[in-house]
Design a protein around this ligand. Sequence first.
Ligand SMILES: [Zn+2]
Ligand SMILES: [Zn+2]
Length: 251
Amino acid sequence: MVARQLRASGGMWMRFGTTQIHVDPGPGALVRALSHVPPCNPRELDAIVLSHKHLDHSGDVNVLIEAMTSGGFRRRGAVLAPPDAFDDGPVVLPYARRFVERVEMLEPSSGPYPIGGVQLFTSMRHVHAVQTHGLHFVYEGLRVSYLPCGKYFAGLAADYARHAPHVLVINVLRYRDDMNVDHFTWPDACRVVAEIRPRVAVFQHFGTKMLEADPRRLAQQVEDELGLRAIAAYDGYVLDLETEVMAAAAD
Ligand SMILES: [Zn+2]
Ligand SMILES: [Zn+2]
């Protein structure tokens, strides 16, 4: 998907009040941010956070650090990522690291890591080829969790449920388990959403088979079955936290 850019791979731009955070800047993150209407301005970013170092989640991390710090001329902002993103074949390059005010190595099941008005917590470690954690963002009582890549295992959903997210963003790469890979399948995602029971579930990071299976139709099924708001994200999709969470609460 990334190599062919069938779907954009730039990650997520989050705004909580005046705090702005980029999560998982894959290839195209900077171009996508600037071409968004209205544009997302990297110089206003407070932090860049990686769930893990794989290229589809980190390809533009150095580009974004340069943009956030005006090419290193304004030392500011934070980069938070698992330790192996900084050592052991670093994806955050040593020169770019010096441009930011703060570097934070994320450990599993830890936090809070403050970012402006946001408190960030990590999930337990995911089963994935590199160090990977989920991310829980808390802002003024609003809880948004991001469940990135990894293989499903018992106990993962309970770990997320402890944070009682209002919104759960979940990466689902595969439609079915036709190969044993380190990623969620659609049934895994449904099972986890049913257990965590967020008010709003957003699915993203689809592989080819998932796209062919029509994520919107699948999300609609989840919505009907579980009675919560379920959304299949698409390129440029904007989730308005206040209206979506409020609307879901009113149902
Ligand atoms: Zn990965
Ligand atoms: Zn991935």
